[in-house]
Structure formats: C-alpha cells, structure tokens
Design a protein around this ligand. Structure first.
Ligand SMILES: NC(=O)c1ccc[n+]([C@@H]2O[C@H](COP(=O)([O-])OP(=O)(O)OC[C@H]3O[C@@H](n4cnc5c(N)ncnc54)[C@H](OP(=O)(O)O)[C@@H]3O)[C@@H](O)[C@H]2O)c1
Length: 367
C-alpha cells in the first residue's frame, strides 16, 4: 500500500487548518484526534476522508496510527506535555514525522534524544515545521550562502506586522507559557549551551528608519544551521512580537531565573500554568488572520562583527503559513523528497533550493 499522510490533532485549531491545506493541495490525509464526533464530522466535511481515534494518554492508540512509508504530522501541543507519544510512534514504525511545535525544550529533545533512533529506523524527524522555525532556517541559510565562508555568526528576527491582541490561538498561549518556564539554549562558540529565553535582546531594522526589538528564544536554527555552514560559531534567534513589552519581558525573565533554580519550582510552575492556560479554545478567524503578516530577517556576520549579508522574507499570517508548510513538507516527504534520516532541519532535510520553492508555495518568500 502506498504511504499515507496521517494528521494527529486534526480537530485542534492548527490541525484543522492543516487538514484543509492538505486537501487543497489534493492530498487525502487520514485525520486522527481524540473526539470521535468531531473528527468524523471534519472528515465528512472534507470529502469523506478516513479518520482514526487516538489519545496521547493512551500511547498504544498513537502507535497504531502509522506504519513504515507513512508520514505523521502532529499538531498536538503543548509539546512539552503531549508531544512524546507521536514522535515515538513515528520512530517505532519507521514513518517520517513533522510537527508544529515552537517549544525549544521539545526541539532539543528531538535533536539530542530521538535523532539516533530515527536514523536507525530509517525515518526523518522534522520538528518545528511551521512559522516557528522554518522561515528563520531559510533566511539564515540564504544569508550564510550570500556571506560565504567568512561568516561565523547569524542572527534571525521574527516579526508579525499587524498582529494584535486576539491573534494567538489557545494552543499558542498554552505553549508560550511553557516556553518562558523551560530551559532555553543557543549555539555559542560552536556548541549548544543553556541560555534562558530573553537572555539577549536587540533591535532590527524592519524597513528604512523603522526599528523594532526582539527577545532571544530557542529555535531549531541553533541545531540546524551549523549543519549547513560548519564554520558557524554563534546562532541567535529573536522573537519580535512584544513591541514595547520586550525589555520588561526580558527583565521578568531575569528576575524569575533564580526562582526556577529552586528544586521543584520549575516543574511546579509549569504544572500550575498548564492548569491556568489551557489549549483547545480555538483561535483567530480568517478575517483576523488576514490582518497580520510574517516578516523574518537574517543577518550574517564575520568574526570581526562586520555584517556580510542580510536577507528579508515576507509572507502571509503565521497560522496559514504553518498549515501550508506542514502540508508541503508532508507531501514532499511522502513523495521521497527527504534527503536523509534522523533529526533533520528544514535545509538539510529538503535542500536549500527545494525549501525556498516550498516556502514560496506556502506563502513566504525573499523580497
Ligand atoms: N510553530 C508554529 O508557528 C505554530 C503555529 C501554530 C501552532 N503551533 C503550536 O501547535 C500546537 C497546537 O496549536 P493549536 O493552536 O492548534 O492549539 P489547540 O487548538 O489547543 O490544539 C491542541 C490539539 O491537541 C489535542 N490534544 C490535547 N490533548 C490531547 C490528548 N490527550 N490526546 C490527543 N489529542 C490531544 C487537542 O485535541 P482536541 O481538539 O480534542 O481538544 C487539539 O487537537 C501548540 O503547541 C502551538 O503552540 C505552533
């Protein structure tokens, strides 16, 4: 039997958008979720798709979703809480895997803990294959290619012009809470080091004369870009969504750091936030999404801090972009377009030229 695309989390906000993006591209994914009534209704609405029931609290039900040759997409998050069963199911079956996480701690687990198992199983793991953090990988790799061998540092900034209150889904809010409390990391001096979210801040020029600040976060760029540019010593990624709240947010992150070092405090606060900020509450409608856009900048520097290259990508809003990227990535992986096994970044996974075409197809391109 030819492989299938299985979408786990289809009834969530991002899952629903991804199911529609897949169908729009002509695919017929198998929809999987925990609520029979809701997954059945969605499968019927989208043209009589196959559907399955699976719940992360019953890992057997997740394992039963996939077999070798399939591609599993998971949009079940927060991934720190709900992410493991899907990635383990994919490795167990030897199926390629993509997810929608933006959470650094989960990304680090995929690269550091699951890559070897996936390599042995002959499958590829593409974590964080949405707005977080595909465009930064593309922009960073293009800037490094433009800059050439002399580049030793790359910095990426993510912005969302037009995004305001109400532009986040419940799932994004729940995951953001878990990101602020988790251990972050960066690529520094040629290796991954611990670095809390908000440790660094900087300003980017969005357009001539218009600057905006970003707050450092942990993405997949830190793991993936050094693979395609071996002389890279430092990688930083900045989120520029917070406007004037950026510096207060950094101060708060610094203030909370000693508290998180108290034994048990991090886990306790994470579980408190998990109860207070829940997902599965929907997200912005099509009109609200259309009001925001994606803007991603990358700058490459040499060892003397001279900026050698700048790349700017512009595109559609981050939710439709995420759904389109997941749909493109899964279809391409199913068609044999993956260039390797194990934990892969977007560039080493698909190749820079194919990724640039895929991103343009999904709605974001170099300007
Ligand atoms: N990388 C990016 O740029 C990007 C973009 C969008 C979203 N995201 C991330 O993707 C994740 C989903 O976001 P969202 O907006 O779609 O949130 P959401 O609407 O809360 O979706 C969460 C999904 O997880 C499912 N789920 C929760 N517990 C489950 C369980 N025990 N078994 C099976 N399924 C379970 C929910 O099922 P029900 O439908 O039954 O509640 C729902 O389908 C979040 O982590 C978010 O941060 C990232």
């Amino acid at each position: 039997m030819a492989g299938r695309i299985v979408l786990f989390g289809a009834t969530g906000y991002t899952g629903d958008l991804t199911a529609r993006a897949l169908v729009e591209r002509g695919a017929r994914p198998v929809l999987a979720a925990r609520s029979e009534a809701r997954v059945r209704a969605l499968a019927e609405e989208l043209g009589g798709l196959d559907w399955e029931l699976a719940d992360v609290e019953r890992p057997d039900s997740v394992r039963a979703l996939v077999q070798r040759g399939d591609v599993l997409i998971s949009t079940v998050g927060p991934f720190a809480r709900w992410g493991q069963p899907a990635v383990q199911a994919a490795i167990g079956a030897g199926a390629h895997y993509l997810d929608s996480t933006g959470e650094g701690a989960f990304i680090r687990e995929v690269f550091e803990r699951h890559g070897g198992g996936a390599q042995a199983a002959g499958c590829g793991l593409l974590t964080a294959f949405g707005y977080d953090w595909v465009p930064g990988n593309l922009a960073g790799a293009l800037a490094l290619r433009d800059a050439g061998e002399a580049a030793t540092r790359v910095e990426v900034g993510y912005f969302a012009p037009g995004a305001g209150a109400g532009s986040m889904s419940g799932g994004t809010r729940a995951s953001s809470a878990s990101v602020m409390l988790s251990r972050g990391f960066a690529w520094r001096g040629g290796r991954i080091v611990d670095q809390r979210a908000g440790r660094r801040g900087r300003s980017f020029e969005l357009r001539p004369g218009k600057h905006a600040r970003g707050v450092s976060v942990s993405g997949s760029e830190h793991f993936a870009l050094p693979r395609v540019h071996p002389s890279l010593r430092d990688v930083d990624v900045f989120l520029g969504w917070f406007g004037p709240a950026s510096e207060p947010l950094r101060a708060m992150s610094a203030a909370i750091e000693p508290v998180l070092k108290i034994p048990g405090a991090r886990g306790g606060l994470q579980s408190l936030f998990g109860r207070l900020v829940t997902g599965s509450t929907g997200g912005p409608d099509a009109a609200a999404r259309a009001g925001s856009r994606s803007l991603v900048l990358a700058e490459a520097f040499d060892a003397g801090d001279t900026r050698l290259a700048t790349v700017r990508l512009e595109g559609i809003n981050f939710y439709d972009l995420t759904a389109n990227l997941l749909a493109w990535g899964a279809e391409t992986a199913l068609a044999g377009g993956l260039q390797g096994t194990g934990a892969l970044g977007p560039v080493d996974g698909f190749g820079l030229d194919a990724l640039e075409r895929g991103c343009a197809d999904a709605g974001i391109a170099r300007v």
